[in-house]
Ligand binder design. Structure first.
Ligand code: ZN
Length: 143
């Protein structure tokens, strides 16, 4: 019963947090920050490394230009530091408290986590960076 209640509460909270129109939706889905209708990336799969960071120039729905100034996404490096730290802390907590790993294995698990999640970290950083400067505009979204 308690599990069912928690499950429902978590699901509705997640649905509310990741609803179209919220910044979290655009950040985790990689959609256009203004209309949330289409992906900013040419390939939705970040693990195809040759296309991991290749982006469309404009949104085909609302024609928002993603690169608002030259080298705009260099700023995502600052965000990427924070996102990387979050992944490293998660790897530490899981290795230390769940698997009770020794110091060497903690280090190895953090390095492997950072390498394995690098494409996701890079994309999420770019999504966060562009969502700092642009916001959802309901009038641009498809009806
Ligand atoms: Zn758009």
């Amino acid at each position: 019963m308690v599990f069912l209640f928690c499950n429902l509460a978590c699901k509705s909270t997640l649905n509310y947090m990741f609803k179209k129109g919220t910044k979290l939706y655009s950040i985790f889905k990689g959609t256009c920050p203004k209309c949330h209708e289409e992906s900013m990336y040419t390939n939705k799969n970040p693990y195809i490394l040759s296309e991991a960071l290749s982006m469309n120039e404009k949104c085909s729905n609302c024609s928002t230009k993603y690169k608002i100034e030259p080298s705009f996404f260099y700023g995502a490096m600052y965000v990427s530091y924070g996102v990387g730290i979050a992944f490293a802390v998660a790897a530490f907590v899981i290795s230390h408290f769940v698997f009770n790993a020794s110091l060497n294995y903690l280090f190895i698990s953090i390095v492997i986590t950072l390498i394995a999640f690098m494409p996701i970290i890079m994309r999420v950083s770019r999504n966060i960076w562009i969502n700092i400067f642009m916001s959802y505009d309901k009038s641009l979204a498809k009806k």
